[in-house]
Design a protein around this ligand. Structure first.
Ligand code: BGC
Length: 726
C-alpha cells in the first residue's frame, strides 16, 4: 500500500485525555479531477475538510488486531475541495489506547495508556491536466488542542464547545510500524437508526431521566439553547431498579458519561469518538428544562445488509424477534461483542460461536466475519491456541473450549450460510492449528481434560455462587474438541486436502469420549452428545433429554454451550412440540420471560430482572447480550422450515420442512439468500394448515410425512391439523 511511504505523526505534548486535532493546509491551484484521501490512526478519528465531514464512517478505523492489522480508509474528497484547503483530523483514544477499566487486575492500564496517539495519511490529487500531487503525513503537519477534552470507549466523552483549535504547533514524527497497514476489510461503522426520546420524567429520587424506549448502541444527540459555559452532564443506563430509581451499577467500571460545555446560542451535539449501550440517560446537569424533542438516540453499528425477517401471530414473540435484531445491531460494531455497555464490550469468541448462525439469518455477515476471522488468525498463539476474545487484548488469557472453537465453528457456519468456499480455504490452517493445539492442554490423550474452562457458562444448573453450569467441564471440552476435529476434517475434504491424520484423531476422540462419558448428566450434556455426533444412539439420547426437560418442569437449564443447540436437537428427533413449549414459555426461565418484563434486547441472564423485580446480580447483568438470541436460527430453519440441503450450502438448494405450532397461529419468514429471496408462511386455518413457499432454487418439500421435489416458484400446500408435518 502506497500509504506505507507516508510518515506516522504524533503530538509534541502527549496528553492522556485530550483528543488532539491534526491539520494540513494545502492549495489545489489547478483544476482537480479527483482527490482521494487515505487515512488511519492509532485511536479513533474523525476528519473534516474545509469544515465538512469527510465520509460517514464513525469510530474509524474500527477495531482489529492493531499490531498486525490496521485498516486504512479511503475517501473520495473531490466534492469538498476548494482552492485553499484545510484538512483536520481529530484523534481520540478509542480501543487502541483505552486503559480497559474492566481489566485493571491484569495490570495493563499504564501500558495501554503509554501507547502513542498517531496518524498516517496520504492524499492523492489528480489534476485535469493529467498531473498528480501526493500529500503525505509528515513534519509539515500541525496539531492543536480541540473541543474534545476527553474521550474513551468505556468512560465517555467531554467536549467544550467554546474551544476552537488555535495555537497550531508542529507535529513530531512517530516511529511506528507501517507493515500493519491494510485496506479496509469490514463494513464501515455508520450512524443508522434514529430514535426520538419517548419521555422525560423524574424518578422517585428526583433524577431527571430521558427514556428512548429502546436499548441501542451508539450515542445521544441533543439540541439546546444555552449560554457559553453552561454544562450538560449525563450518564447512561439500560433499566431502572424495582423502585423506578436510576440504576447503572451493572456498567461496572465503565463510567459511560457525557460532559459538554456549551457555547452561546442554539447548538446540537453528540459524542463522536466513543459509544454507549443504553436505553435511557440521566441528566445530572442540563441548562433549563429538558423536553423529549431535544434528544435523539442514534444507533451506531457496522453497516450490514438486512437479509432476514420473522413475523408471527404472537406479539410477544414478535417483540422477541425485534430484540434479537436489536441485540445483533448493538453488538456488531466492527467486532462481534458480548455486550455494548459495561466495561467489557469485547469480541468474546464463545458468544460469537453461539450466535453466528442466527446472525447470518438476519444480516449478511460474510464480510463482517471474514474480517474478524482474519483477526482471529492473526492473534492465534504460536501453539495454535485461540484467545477468548478477538482482538486478543487480555494478556494471560488461556484458550477455552467453545470459545477457542470459534476458530472452527464460525468459518463453518459462514460457509453454510453463504457457500463461500474461499473463506473456508482462508481459515483452514487456523482451524487445523486450533485442533492441533488441544493435545498440549489436556491431561488425557484424545480428550480435553483438566484445564480451566468457562464450561456451560451461565447454565441454570450452576451450583450457588458459580457462573458455570453443572455440565462436566471435561465432558464439554472434549465434546467441543471432537466437533472441531469433525469440522476440520469436513473442511479439509471440501478443499481436497489430506486430512487422514485428523480423521484418525476424530475417530479416536469419539471412541475415547464414549468410553469416558457413558452417560449424560445434564441437559447440555445430552445436547452436545447429540449435536456433535457423540451419542451412540441419538434417538435414545434425545428421548432421555426430553424426559429430563419435562422432569425439570419443561424448563431449560442450559447455558452458553447448550442453549443455542437445544431446540435443534429436540426438533431433529421428533420433539418439535417440546421445543415450542420451551420457546413460548412466558415464565422464567425462557426467551419470552424478559419480554414480559419489558426487554427491548436479549438479556445475558434469563432472570436479569427477577420475578420480584430485583436484579439477579450487579456484576454480570447485561441487558444486551446477544448469545441467547441464537434461538432465532431455529425459528428460521425449523419453525418456518427454511434450510439448505446439507451438501448445498448458501441455499443453493432448499429443504422446506416447517414445524408449525397452533399456539402462535401463523409464522412468516423471509431470507434474502445469495440466490434470491426465499419466503415461507404457515397459518392455522379452518380445517388445516396452509403453507406458502416462494423459492428461487429447487426445493425438497417435507410436509405431512411426505417428500417431494419442486422447481423454483411459488407454491401453496395444505395439511390437516394433527398430522405429522415434519
Ligand atoms: C462475558 C461473556 C463471555 C464470558 C466468558 C463474560 O464476562 O460477558 O459473554 O463469554 O465473560 O466466560
Amino acid at each position: 500500500m502506497e500509504i506505507r511511504n507516508s510518515q506516522w505523526i504524533t503530538v509534541s505534548r502527549p496528553d492522556r485525555d485530550l483528543a488532539p486535532v491534526f491539520r494540513r493546509v494545502f492549495s489545489a491551484a489547478r483544476p482537480v479531477e479527483s482527490a482521494v484521501l487515505q487515512l488511519t490512526a492509532l485511536g479513533v478519528y474523525e476528519a473534516e475538510l474545509n469544515g465538512q465531514r469527510v465520509g460517514d464512517f464513525v469510530l474509524a478505523p474500527g477495531w482489529t488486531s492493531y499490531a498486525t492489522r490496521l485498516q486504512v480508509q479511503s475517501y473520495d474528497i473531490t466534492p469538498l475541495l476548494q482552492g485553499e484547503n484545510e484538512l483536520r483530523v481529530t484523534v481520540g483514544r478509542g480501543w487502541f489506547r483505552s486503559p480497559m477499566p474492566g481489566w485493571d487486575s491484569l495490570g495493563i492500564r499504564e501500558k495501554r495508556f503509554a501507547q502513542p496517539c498517531g496518524l498516517i495519511a496520504l492524499l492523492i490529487l489528480r489534476f485535469a491536466d493529467g498531473s498528480e500531487e501526493r500529500i503525505v503525513s509528515d513534519e509539515s503537519w500541525q496539531w492543536a488542542e480541540g473541543p474534545i477534552r476527553f474521550s474513551e470507549i468505556y468512560d465517555g466523552e467531554t467536549a467544550d464547545a467554546r474551544i476552537t483549535p488555535e495555537n497550531w504547533e508542529p507535529v513530531l514524527p512517530l516511529d511506528w510500524s507501517r507493515d500493519c497497514l491494510i485496506p479496509q476489510e469490514g463494513e464501515p461503522i455508520r450512524e443508522a437508526e434514529r430514535i426520538a426520546a419517548r419521555r422525560v420524567f423524574k424518578t422517585p429520587d428526583g433524577d431527571t431521566v430521558v427514556d428512548f424506549g429502546q436499548e441501542v448502541t451508539g450515542w445521544v444527540e441533543f439540541t439546546l439553547e444555552a449560554k457559553a459555559g453552561e454544562e450538560v452532564l449525563f450518564d447512561h443506563a439500560e433499566v431502572l431498579d424495582r423502585n423506578g430509581s436510576w440504576y447503572n451499577e451493572n456498567y461496572r467500571g465503565a463510567k459511560a458519561k457525557v460532559r459538554y460545555i456549551c457555547r452561546d446560542g442554539r447548538q446540537t451535539w453528540h459524542p463522536r469518538l466513543t459509544f454507549f449501550g443504553f436505553r435511557m440517560i440521566r441528566l445530572i446537569s442540563w441548562p433549563g428544562k429538558a423536553s423529549p424533542e431535544q434528544f435523539t438516540a442514534v444507533a451506531v453499528h457496522s453497516d450490514l445488509r438486512r437479509t432476514g425477517w420473522l413475523k408471527s401471530g404472537d406479539p410477544l414473540l414478535n417483540r422477541f424477534f425485534s430484540n434479537v435484531v436489536w441485540g445483533q445491531l448493538g453488538n456488531f460494531l466492527d467486532v462481534p461483542t458480548d455486550c455494548p455497555q459495561r466495561d467489557e464490550r469485547l469480541g468474546w469468541t464463545g458468544d460469537a460461536e453461539a450466535f453466528v448462525r442466527a446472525a447470518a439469518c438476519f444480516y449478511d455477515v460474510e464480510r463482517f466475519f471474514r474480517k474478524w476471522l482474519r483477526d482471529l488468525r492473526a492473534d492465534q498463539r504460536p501453539d495454535g491456541g485461540v484467545g477468548s476474545v478477538i482482538p486478543d487484548v487480555l494478556p494471560g488469557d488461556q484458550p477455552a473450549a467453545a470459545w477457542g472453537d470459534a476458530a472452527a465453528i464460525v468459518p463453518w457456519e459462514i460457509y453454510q450460510a453463504y457457500g463461500c468456499l474461499d473463506l473456508l480455504a482462508d481459515q483452514f490452517d487456523s482451524m487445523v492449528r486450533w485442533v492441533r493445539a488441544i493435545p498440549g492442554y489436556t491431561k488425557t490423550p484424545d480428550l480435553w481434560t483438566d484445564w480451566p474452562q468457562f464450561a456451560d457458562w451461565l447454565g441454570l444448573d450452576a451450583p450457588e455462587g458459580s457462573y458455570k453450569g453443572a455440565s462436566r467441564e471435561n465432558y464439554c471440552a472434549s465434546a467441543f474438541y471432537a466437533n472441531s476435529l469433525d469440522l476440520a476434517v469436513r473442511t479439509g475434504r471440501l478443499l481436497g486436502r489430506d486430512v487422514s491424520d485428523l480423521e484418525t484423531q476424530h475417530a479416536r476422540t469419539v471412541a475415547a469420549f464414549r468410553r469416558a462419558f457413558p452417560t449424560c448428566e445434564t441437559q447440555t450434556e445430552y445436547v452436545l452428545a447429540i449435536e456433535f455426533g457423540l451419542a451412540e444412539d441419538p434417538q435414545q439420547a434425545a428421548d432421555a433429554l426430553a424426559e429430563m426437560i419435562r422432569k425439570d418442569g419443561t424448563r431449560l437449564r442450559t447455558g452458553f454451550m447448550g442453549t443455542p443447540r437445544l431446540l435443534h436437537v429436540l426438533s431433529r428427533y421428533g420433539y418439535s412440540s417440546l421445543a415450542w413449549d420451551l420457546l413460548l414459555r412466558r415464565e422464567y426461565p425462557g426467551w419470552l420471560y424478559p419480554v414480559t418484563r419489558g426487554a427491548t434486547t436479549v438479556w445475558e441472564h434469563w432472570d436479569g430482572i427477577r420475578e420480584d423485580s430485583s436484579f439477579w446480580s450487579r456484576d454480570m447483568n447485561s441487558f444486551n447480550h446477544y448469545a441467547y438470541g441464537a434461538v432465532a436460527d431455529w425459528v428460521f430453519s425449523r419453525a418456518a422450515g427454511l434450510r439448505h440441503a446439507e451438501d448445498r450450502p448458501g441455499y443453493a438448494e432448499l429443504i422446506y420442512a416447517p414445524e408449525p405450532d397452533a399456539r402462535i397461529g401463523w409464522l412468516q419468514a423471509r431470507l434474502d439468500t445469495r440466490f434470491g429471496p426465499v419466503s415461507a408462511f404457515w397459518s392455522y386455518e379452518e380445517g388445516g394448515i396452509r403453507y406458502d413457499l416462494e423459492t428461487p432454487v429447487p426445493a425438497l418439500i417435507r410436509l405431512g410425512g411426505e417428500e417431494r421435489r419442486v422447481a423454483p416458484g411459488r407454491y401453496t400446500f395444505w395439511t390437516e391439523v394433527g398430522r405429522d408435518c415434519r
